[in-house]
Design a protein around this ligand. Structure first.
Ligand SMILES: [Zn+2]
Length: 485
């Protein structure tokens, strides 16, 4: 537990790997940053009733967010019917993958924060769907309303970090001694338990209400509540074993026997209790687990995850990715090619193949793979388009550079808050010798990374090469005067 994030973050860097990349760390003043981080961790921890044991060690100044087209698509598919059943489905939801090995999830209406650890630990889609249903129950019930408001108003991850820190302090100062201000003081004094007590105490009645709502959503969508029951039973047992470290949780987030007993009665009463996830969904889940295992723990973790079913397609996918991450692209390529032969229309297999080719510096072949992956992807993920644009940029030919810029712009158009997309766009313009637009893209990259001062420096430099009053000049001016949307 204590060493969360370490191996994953060191292995994945968006400068060298496109798929499942870490977003550039969000830098804030250290005190605010660690405050924000602690709050977010505490928040997600409490949302599921799990104590994040590494809160006390969370000193890093970045939010460990990872991006991945395949996982984002799958979690969206898990969540959408549930949110629709709750009457909350009218907005496009954004999946925020938090790189942490513990089991956590939190829903704020526009976004679902979910830990990679939760996705890896859950053996079936139904377990995750059940937890999302419970969180949606809290959301629909208006539980922790003040906190959700703050999150929902946040436009970018950088702002989320700032808001969770500074916002809590401001709210506390304005409103006097509310829960948030107490939480702020608690974290500032280095006592996260105080924060958790102030911020995160779903009441016992709220827990039961969220469970009941979850059961309704699952029934409406023809799904079983067995996964939710399994998951909460596991938490309940795990809690019993861990002793004093769990005290803050026990205070803020009770998971009593009676709740489990109630949940079990309700779950078993559903005609869908024994209904399994569709084989197709289970397979996507297995593939996702194989990928997360490979990225977070390498080949050993893949073996461990699929120890009961070593021939599972998720195990083979994980093995291919782990082999590639290990530096053996030559050995990894036949493994992914075998999978592509099995499922020629799977966009993510072809995407990973593109990553492997990129690693071998076969940039033209990589670009072709990403282009194919993008055309196979029914969602036209901005991440795959970004990889395509990036590979084209790396070829360096004038025609490709032009297409690269179009693709990167299209990617950014679908995902405005992506610093990586702007970073590649800056490189592409730089290679074309268009330094003003390169600087403008760098300014955007810094802006969305939370580096406002750097952003202003680049924007000022960009303006010197741009026509005064032109749309791009105004775009730069907005960054300089920090007047954004
Ligand atoms: Zn709850």
């Amino acid at each position: 537990m204590g060493a969360y994030g370490g191996s994953f973050l060191s292995k994945i860097d968006f400068d060298t790997n496109g798929t499942m990349m870490t977003v550039r760390p969000i830098r804030l003043r250290p005190s605010i940053a660690s405050f924000a981080r602690n709050t977010l961790l505490a928040l997600t921890a409490a949302a599921l009733g799990m104590v994040q044991t590494s809160i006390a060690h969370a000193q890093s100044s970045s939010l460990p967010i990872v991006r991945d087209a395949e996982i984002e698509a799958l979690v969206t598919d898990y969540a959408t019917p549930i949110l629709n059943a709750a009457g909350l489905g009218n907005h496009a939801i954004k999946i925020v993958l938090v790189n942490n090995s513990s089991f956590n999830a939190f829903v704020d209406g526009r976004r679902i924060f979910i830990n990679t650890g939760a996705l890896l630990q859950a053996e079936t889609p139904n377990e995750i769907i059940g937890v999302l249903a419970h969180e949606t129950g809290h959301l629909a019930g208006g539980h922790q309303f003040q906190l959700r408001e703050q999150l929902a108003n946040a436009k970018t991850m950088a702002v989320v970090a700032g808001l969770l820190g500074a916002g809590a302090i401001v709210a506390g100062a304005a409103a006097g001694a509310g829960g948030l201000s107490k939480a702020g003081a608690g974290i500032a004094m280095g006592a996260p338990e105080v924060a958790m007590r102030g911020l995160l105490n779903y009441q016992r009645t709220e827990e039961m209400a969220a469970d009941r709502s979850a059961i309704t959503y699952l029934a409406k969508t023809g799904q079983s509540a067995k996964g939710m029951l399994t998951t909460f039973e596991r938490f309940s047992n795990a809690l019993a074993l861990t002793g004093t470290r769990m005290d803050p949780y026990r205070i803020s987030h009770p998971l009593p026997r009676e709740r489990i007993a109630n949940l079990e009665t309700l779950a078993r009463a559903s005609p869908y209790f024994d209904k399994l996830d569709s084989p197709a969904l289970q397979q996507r889940h297995d593939l996702m687990r194989g990928k997360i295992a490979a990225y977070t723990g390498g080949g050993a973790s893949v073996l461990q995850t699929f120890r009961k079913d070593p021939q599972n397609i998720g195990a083979r996918y994980g093995d291919a990715i782990a082999t590639y991450l290990n530096g053996s692209v030559q050995a990894a390529l036949p493994k992914i090619d075998a999978l592509i032969k099995e499922q020629p229309k799977n966009p993510y297999f072809v995407e990973i193949r593109g990553e492997m080719l990129l690693k071998q510096n076969k940039v033209q072949d990589a670009a072709a793979a990403f282009q194919k992956a993008s055309s196979l992807d029914p969602r036209r993920s901005s991440l795959i388009r970004m990889s395509y644009g990036r590979a084209l940029m790396l070829t360096g030919t004038p025609a490709n550079l032009k297409t690269s810029i179009d693709e990167l712009k299209a990617s950014i158009g679908r995902d405005r808050e992506s610093p990586a997309g702007y970073a590649y766009l800056a490189q592409a313009y730089g290679q074309m010798g268009d330094m003003a637009r390169s600087d403008l893209a760098s300014a955007e990259e810094k802006y969305y990374s939370g580096k406002t001062q750097d952003a202003q420096i680049f924007a000022t430099r960009a303006q010197r090469g741009l026509k005064s009053g032109s749309p791009e000049w105004i775009q730069a001016q907005d960054i300089i005067s920090a007047k954004r949307k």
